[in-house]
Design a protein around this ligand. Structure first.
Ligand SMILES: C[S@@+](CC[C@H](N)C(=O)[O-])C[C@H]1O[C@@H](n2cnc3c(N)ncnc32)[C@H](O)[C@@H]1O
Length: 260
């Protein structure tokens, strides 16, 4: 998980981008999960207009474009190198007619109200806050439009204190599935479905590769306490998941904006 740009120093952001650059994705997920979430939506209109918030290098954006076949996806992120990779991948697959990359922060979007049929965000809405993400959907979705987010979620009402402390220190507000469904209802959506991301979707395209990138860095940054702390913290995040994957994980929430 990356820290918010507003709370992390330049050195911390540099080392985070060093860790995440070159990975197939920048958070837990899989094409199978993206497909499953898409299939759980009702009738998406033909040639939909889609916004992918915090797309990273766009593994899920490309899968959405393959599923749609036609339409338009605005893939948005604040890290230009990720957008460049996505653009290259989209061009190679001839999906560049569907995918447009936009460098913009999720808290500075100026799209007209009611622009999108679908808003998608895998592992990124936590950066602005779940409820703030729901509010963005209410503003930018057409009535009846769909919001899909994957959000880190407790699977137990009593998570281990060391987990609670770690995520508190990361300034990430984690709730249970029940609490998130209540927040979805209160924000004016129908929660169509939700499902847990399987553990292999944390490991296969993300944590196992991230661990390989982490391995040489403690030595590289042994005289740089700030960067070393970021590297060690990232390894600790992975170690905690290895120990406590039954207590938390990502959950996909599929929602529909109420018509009135
Ligand atoms: C955990 S990654 C998830 C990336 C991608 N959705 C995935 O699942 O692989 C979070 C992404 O949000 C981006 N990001 C961070 N702050 C952002 C902001 N304020 N606005 C838009 N994107 C942001 C990061 O650059 C990163 O690509």
């Amino acid at each position: 998980m990356t820290a918010t740009a507003s709370t992390a120093s330049t050195a911390s952001m540099d080392v985070l981008f060093e860790l995440f650059d070159g990975l197939p994705r920048q958070g837990p997920g899989s094409n199978a999960a993206t497909r499953r979430a898409w299939d759980l939506l009702g009738a998406v209109p033909p040639r939909p207009t889609v916004l992918d918030i915090g797309c990273g290098s766009g593994m899920q954006t490309l899968e959405l474009a393959r599923l749609m076949g036609d339409g338009r996806i605005i893939a948005m992120d604040i890290h230009q190198p990720y957008l460049d990779i996505l653009h290259r991948r989209a061009t190679a697959e001839r999906l560049d007619g569907i995918i447009e990359t936009v460098n913009c922060s999720m808290d500075a979007m100026t799209f007209a109200p009611g622009t999108f049929d679908v808003i998608w965000s895998e592992g990124a809405i936590y950066l602005i806050g779940f409820e703030q993400g729901l509010a963005i959907g209410q503003r930018l979705l057409k009535p009846g439009g769909y919001l899909v987010v994957s959000e880190i979620t407790w699977f137990t009402a009593a998570p281990s204190p060391e987990l609670v402390q770690f995520w508190h220190d990361e300034q990430i507000d984690i709730r249970t599935e029940e609490e998130n469904v209540q927040r979805i209802d209160r924000a004016g959506y129908q929660c169509l479905a939700h499902f847990r991301l399987p553990q292999e979707a944390w490991w296969d395209d993300f944590y196992l590769l991230l661990e390989q990138k982490i391995a040489p860095l403690p030595r590289k940054y042994r005289d740089d306490p700030e960067r070393l702390a970021v590297v060690n913290n990232q390894q600790r995040e992975i170690d905690l998941y290895r120990a406590y994957a039954h207590q938390y994980g990502y959950v996909f929430y599929m929602m529909q904006r109420q018509v009135s």
